[in-house]
Design a protein around this ligand. Sequence first.
Ligand SMILES: [Zn+2]
Length: 383
Amino acid sequence: MKPHEQSVSCPGAIQHAAGRVGDPARGWPCWWYFRIDGITPGETITLRLRGSTATLEKQKPLWDFWAMPTQATFSIDGKTWQHTKIGRREKEWMVYKLKLDATSAFVAWGPPYTPKTAAKFVREMSEKSPHATAAELCHSREDRPVPMLHVREGERTSKQRFGVWVQARQHAWESGSSWVAQGFGEWLISEDNDAAWLRQHAEIFLVPVMDVDNTARGDGGKNAIPQDHNRDWSKKPHWNEIVAVQRMIGGLIDEGRMDVFLDLHNPGPRDPVFFYVLPTEILKEPAITLRDRFIDLAYARIRKIKPPIPMSNKPRVTGPAYHPLWKQISSNWVSMNGNPHTVSLCLEASWNHKNSTITGYRAVGANLAATVREYLGERPEKQ
Ligand SMILES: [Zn+2]
């Protein structure tokens, strides 16, 4: 290796940098994040990235595009993240060049968001706002706390409030979705009049990282054994987080106030789909009209703000033809087990676009929260 040239292969270099590789039994090995030391300030370094060859028995390696954003993300201080220049594909390699005025830097697939980030976020929100509480959803199978933000303002009783549930990161590699969740929470405790209305008329639960164990370890989560978090919404879930959310959402359903459920994800590298929904024929009115109204409101707002695009206003259907475990997908489970008026959606924020940055993701989250306020303002108030 030439001086100042980092040859980065996934998993090789990650194994070297972080002491381990993504374990395919714990989900797609596509996420990467490491620190480079010994840089001479001002010199250009070259990162060469290759897809992981780790597989489970009888499986092919993961399509390497999942691990290869057009622009990687880097940081000098571990707090401010920016895109590299556009990388160049050279056969099986993706090559990124970086010129840094520092002796060390962090480089990652996208802006990282760990369980510690989530804990810090919910704590800071609760310190800033008397209406926000830092809570815990549960502890994971590996005994990590799962941070949750709980927001409500004023004297309305629980039953007089709309129920809103927002969660991200059922797939651990999709770090952008946690930033969308954070943007949602930041808007929610802001001084905006619409945010105040939402706090006063609703009770909002927000979980920035659902799969804390795989996120903490840097594993992908998606298609983990025995099934990933978003295929685990059965009568007997494997993962503690799903047991806990089903119990809490069950309470909202029993009280007739499971109004809006949003499950946040990042999609395929070039997938413009924005919302995933159940086939309309499986739903009954008024759920269909309400869902379509929510999608229209969300699309109208978010397409204006240069979000991570491309995005389409045509939802993709996640019925029987989509996946054999389609009934165990969270937004489908909530749709099928919810109230007649429940709006339950999976939102996919594009991760492979120039706006797929912390700022871009947070803007999507803020506009999604404003959408919830606008949508609930059209609904009859809870008595
Ligand atoms: Zn996902």
